[in-house]
Design a binder for this molecule. Structure first.
Ligand SMILES: *Cc1c(COP(=O)(O)O)cnc(C)c1O
Length: 395
């Protein structure tokens, strides 16, 4: 099987697995306990916190472990919104291409009376810093812009947005789930106040992540109970998850440049190969994109059928995002970059990483070309296009 769906999740690395087993074997105590097993667990957790902090240029006391990226996004946004509301600030700024963990949290706040500005991204899938600046008002409680998009891979101008939020005194959150472990990040140089990350997007385990919150930035308790995580998130800590994630993160940080160069070489070859399929289009900016991200639309076919036939050929890919496949709605990201509904339905996301090879890429190119022409032969839409009864949208 060729695995080309690393944006959905990555395989837990042997290093991470070992760290998790080790945690269960040696650090099984409750970090809140005063006895020796408890203190050993507490020390292991402190070094994990330091390692996560170091990876993004933060301080250990600014890292809060969570159950993953979704929880971190929820806590960051709801906290900033509610703290803002106390000062009469009930306006939130985000983009149209955020992960649902951000968008649906914003929707919930909108129902509670917050006003949400959804910034457009244009065909490139990149938000303009000047649009962010123009959207900020006196009553803006938070700007939340993802670091890199999970569907089309576009990398946002985070440092520019951070600088202008700092200048205007508005807290800035970034969902960096697709970026951490893959791109260099420095929360101070980039003026990031809050950042979400998740273990399973860089070969760590799932069900564990972290929220970075700059000292002094608003953070409310989300899960009530014990005093864990400085009282901001109750519950006995998931130490196997935390240590597994930390081991994976250290490994990703140590080999970041090599991994990125490798993934990028494969990505570029795959983009070149798939571009040769007639009436196809690459989604997202060609340059400002994650090293391993490839996302195409093919006119006249359904993404779902494409995926299933690729799976038969031993290729694991994705159409839209993992969270929305299964529903008939086309991806909100593809709609936001201006793809019409019928074109957005024919999308394919292939996300490569250090475990993929050039042979994988060659095989994927052959398989996609075959499956696309097979599906087109059966497609009434494609036939209508060829008879000239409809207009091609993708030229
Ligand atoms: C995967 C992902 C999430 C959700 O992270 P979980 O740990 O699965 O909850 C949030 N945002 C982005 C951009 C993602 O890719």
């Amino acid at each position: 099987m060729i695995y080309a769906d690393n944006a959905a999740t990555t395989k837990t690395s042997p290093l991470a697995q070992k760290a998790m087993l080790d945690a269960m074997d040696r650090f099984w105590g409750n970090p809140s306990s005063l006895h020796t097993p408890g203190q050993l667990a507490k020390e292991a957790m402190q070094s994990a916190r330091q390692a996560v902090a170091r990876a993004i240029g933060a301080q250990p006391q600014e890292i809060y472990f969570t159950s993953g990226g979704s929880e971190a996004d929820n806590q960051a946004i709801v906290s900033a919104a509610k703290v803002g509301a106390k000062k009469g600030k009930k306006h939130l700024v985000t983009t149209a291409i955020e992960h649902h963990a951000v968008l649906h949290t914003m929707d919930g706040l909108a129902k509670e009376g917050f006003e949400v500005t959804l910034l457009p991204v244009g065909e490139s899938g990149i938000v303009k810093a000047e649009d962010v600046a123009a959207a900020i008002r006196e009553d803006t409680a938070l700007v939340s812009v993802m670091y890199a998009n999970n569907e089309i891979g576009t990398i946002q101008p985070i440092a520019e947005i951070g600088a202008l939020c700092r200048e205007k005194g508005v807290p800035f959150h970034t969902d960096a789930v697709q970026a951490v472990g893959h791109l260099p990040i420095d929360v101070n140089a980039q003026n990031i106040d809050m950042l979400s990350l998740s273990g399973h997007k860089f070969h760590g385990p799932r069900g564990v992540g972290a929220l970075y919150v700059r000292r002094g930035a608003p953070l409310l308790t989300f899960i009530h109970g014990g005093a864990q995580e400085s009282g901001r998130r109750a519950g006995t800590e998931n130490l196997p998850g935390i240590l597994g994630m930390t081991a994976a993160l250290a490994d990703a940080e140590a080999h970041m440049a090599d991994n990125a160069a490798h993934a990028q070489k494969l990505r570029d070859a795959l983009i070149e190969g798939l571009s040769k399929i007639p009436h196809s289009v690459l989604n997202g900016d060609r340059e400002q994109r994650l090293p391993g991200n490839v996302n195409f639309c093919f006119e006249g076919i359904e993404g779902e059928s494409l995926l299933l036939l690729l799976d038969d050929k031993g290729i694991a890919a994705s159409s839209g995002s993992a969270c929305t496949s299964g529903s008939l709605d086309p991806s909100h990201v593809l709609l936001a970059i201006g793809r019409p509904h019928e074109v957005a339905h024919g999308s394919l996301r292939l996300t490569l990483d250090r475990e993929n090879t050039m042979e994988d890429v060659e095989q994927i190119i052959r398989a996609v070309a075959e499956v696309v022409s097979y599906l087109r032969e059966m497609s009434p839409v494609w036939k209508a296009l060829q008879r000239g009864e409809r207009q091609y949208v993708i030229q």
